[in-house]
Write a protein that binds this ligand. Sequence first.
Ligand code: HEM
Length: 443
Amino acid sequence: MKFFGSAKIFTVLLLLLPAARPAVLHAPRRNPPVNVPGRPFPTNVPGRPIPTSSIPTSSSPTTTSSPTGPSATTEVQRGQTGTLMVLPTQLAAAGLKQIPGKFVAHVIPLALNDAPDPAHPFIAPRPGDQRGPCPAMNTLANHGYISRNGITTFEEVTNGMMEAFNMELHFAAGLAALNFVTRGNTFVNKISIGGVSPLVPPLPGNIDGPVTGGIAKHGRFEGDASISRADAAIGDNRNFQEKVYDLDLVQLSKFGDNGPDGNNTVLNVKTLVEMEKALFNADQTADRQFSFPARRMFAAYGQAAFLMTVFANGTTNQTTLPILNSFFRNETFPPNWFRAASPITGATNAKISSQIAAAIPTLPGRNNAKGVYIADPAPPAPFNSSLPCAGYFDQAANTPSVLQNTTGIFKQNVDLMTGILFGGASANPGCTQFAPPSGPTGV
Ligand code: HEM
């Protein structure tokens, strides 16, 4: 593949990403591919009326005003009430902050100043609450930064990532958008951070099958060689797996830096590289159906980088063994943990993920029937210009094409999501073409 021809060029490309725009997670737009360099992020306007002529299969939209919040535009389609999604605004106060927060001294007696934030205590999930393969989402839900039942909206999850992890707005929105178009209901604006839930209906008219999968459903985004979950074909891809996580800890004990918790207990890039190699090798051998296409390679390296960017304690910029254990095993914020001192952008994360990619020569690919790993064909230009761009193209090819046939609020929401994703992908030089959702439905 062209972009793998020179690891050095690839690294340089990723480092060039503008700080204010998301570098990751790739995906599509509903229109036929066109070149729109520098296209601004779309913004749905709450309360904006939708012309009824553009909604042939649904009833007229209704704009409802709430006395406590912005007006929400809703629309009924096949028994479901759709809601216009809106890109939140970047947090104004986005500096170092202890998470969960603390009582404010002047509001309550000093003696209680160290007591934990009453709004965000850890509460273990209750029966029926959804949890899934993402340690960050599970932690947000366990602390009430998103709904504790594990069913969230685009705005809630984007705001939760900004507040608790100091993710930059567009980066956070891109991660949410990617999961919404692949495994959420983009009409009613709901997604499960676990599996199928009665609270997230199938898309109107069951256009993507009789259920909405939730982010744990394998195939579109969730994939193989995870840090702490098994491959779906051979085990539990949703819940924490000690055996898989142990592979990571072995690498940390060999390559980690020394720190306050002992020798080889602080994460560094070398450890992440060795971790990714070990996870790949173990699953490629054990899982006959192993697959590591461009979208998964890009996501996997990005998620490994999160361990050093998002999970690091903002006061030390270090991710230690106890911090890793807290997020992965207990799905709770570590004691005395502070979010990053400044918003984490796609470029921040790409500084680490590009080093991982540059250090591992493996091409995107999959096992054949004999269990031999074969590289995938390169994507067409310009999607072969970088791993993020190839991942974007591949993700679009695995996002249901029926999203292109939507109308009214549903269409506006799809356009918002796919526009955000293209905004992220096009931050990579040369990645100038939209890729519309063109994948199979019901998978
Ligand atoms: C603060 C932002 C986020 C961080 C730090 C984060 C972190 C991570 C990490 C470290 C993993 C790897 C887990 C493993 O391989 O065992 C992961 C996996 C995953 N995350 Fe997140 N995540 C974030 C946002 C999101 C959002 C917004 C969603 C969806 C709503 C999401 C969905 C997923 C899914 C589906 C996986 C499974 C991927 C796989 O292993 O196949 N993540 N995330």
